[in-house]
Design a protein around this ligand. Sequence first.
Ligand SMILES: Nc1ncnc2c1ncn2[C@@H]1O[C@H](COP(=O)(O)OP(=O)(O)OP(=O)(O)O)[C@@H](O)[C@H]1O
Length: 577
Amino acid sequence: MTGLPVADRATTRRSSRDLLRGERTAVLTVLLLQAAAAAAALAAPRLLGAIVDDVISGAAMARIDRLALAIAVCTLVQGVLLRYGYLVGYRLGERAVARLRERFVRRALDLPTAVVERAGTGDLANRSSVDVSQVGTTVRDVVPILLIAASQVVLLIGAVFLIHPVLGLVALAGLPSILGVTRWYLRRASPAYLAEGAAAADLTEALTTTAEGARTVEAFRLSGERVTSGTVRVKRQWATRRATLALRSVFYPVVEASYAVPIAVVLVAGGALARRGAVSIGDVVAAALLLQQAIEPLDRVLQFIEQAQRGVASYARVLGVGFGVPEQRGVAPAPGDERIEVRGARFAYANGHDVLHGIDLDLRPGERLAIVGPSGAGKSTLARLLAGNEAPHHGAVTLGGVPVAEIDPAERRRLVALVTQEHHVFIGTLRDNLSFAAPDATDGDMLRALVSVGADWYATLPDGLDTPLGEGAAHQLGPADAQQLALARIVLADPHTLILDEATAALDPTTARRTERALAAVLGGRTVIAIAHRLNTARDADRVAVLADGRITELGTHDELVDAGGAYAALWRSWHG
Ligand SMILES: Nc1ncnc2c1ncn2[C@@H]1O[C@H](COP(=O)(O)OP(=O)(O)OP(=O)(O)O)[C@@H](O)[C@H]1O
């Protein structure tokens, strides 16, 4: 399984700026409000320092009361400014997250199915839930707080410099160790959190597949194997979590120790300066209080740097979803006609391991071609190439002279439909389930489509086209009904070419017969390529292609192939008794 790509650092940085583009006024307002709040906060220690000096010099009580009142007013002003600062900041964050979510949904919907299948739905599910909400928290909470706290620290240390430059320099004593350990931590944190994210996605993928395939797991007694594979993934996630925990266990203690040092040194140096009359005792108290006040925002900066790291790692994973979308999408010209041509097509799921070795095939519009062959011969792979879900790494598969895989996916689905055993009923009404195949279809069109595929269950629905369907709905469709729903969608989409990949193979015989009758109604007037597991499908086709080991070994009408006496003839004889 190849995971979805992850954006590199430069792209992540560029896109972070993009995320805040158009928000310059809001960003400036947040910064101004927070800076003003921080400035108001600076007044309290200075005023307290003044009170200390006044008490020492025996100043009047009324003056001390005024100073105390000024402290209260400054604190109130700070509170009001902070409230509005946070309000604007959070709104800004919410808007940015909403934009990010919209972009993510667009990108995820643009992903070719082949990319999602290869990456595994767990990876996409993890990125759309855990990672998007992690980025959300970062933008909404972490970035504003980081900006605010960082500016508070600068202002507070700046204020100590204003009291006396020597005290300012002393106040910086704890910074080298904080900066050093932060650099050490940041270098290691990003890859460690990326590894943690990837391990979590892998575990989600394994658990989801096990839960989805619970019946198969039970039927084939695979529970032991699934538990082992789950345990391996849990261990991997545990190891990656330990790695990030190890980083934190060095980072935080060093930082905590570095907070205490500057205050102690400021008090010692301040005492020496006060003895020489360079500063007053009040100044020393104010400087120590300012530094004490700086601990809280500094602590927040460091704590949130860690969260920001997680956010950046998640953002790189969210952005990576966009890289799974091939760039040439939508640029291919519209196909000239309905002819399908396959020329020397080679395809490999893993580099160097071709499963199709140079396929040549021409399909006339309106022709019915059956593809037969042993399991693993490459029939489904060829079907995926013909439907444009995959592109050959060598040779070409074209529709009307245009490479099928390069046609805009929405346009392609209008022209070519791949019908497989999978038949998904989406959560929504029956109308919703039908209308995405043809958004302009009227209720009458939908009813005709349902009737044409024999979906007589429609008459029993309590609310007709408005009946809710899908997981959790009161009315559940059985496999055959769901397959008929899928076929009704095809009638509405009206593609000129249908590729049937064992569409009825997984159904029980009665259901399969019902579905095949429905299928027959859909096939009329279209080019049909059917992967045939029952040879009567092959007999009824205009031509039969025999696929073995990724190569077409026989091609002709049923009668021609039976007369030729090759592999197909042997298969036919053994099947026909
Ligand atoms: N997603 C995939 N990743 C890697 N290898 C794959 C994938 N799908 C199929 N293969 C391999 O490609 C080869 C052709 O598989 P394919 O499913 O096309 O054969 P098939 O003729 O349709 O078989 P069946 O009749 O059993 O469905 C097989 O060796 C299979 O293991």
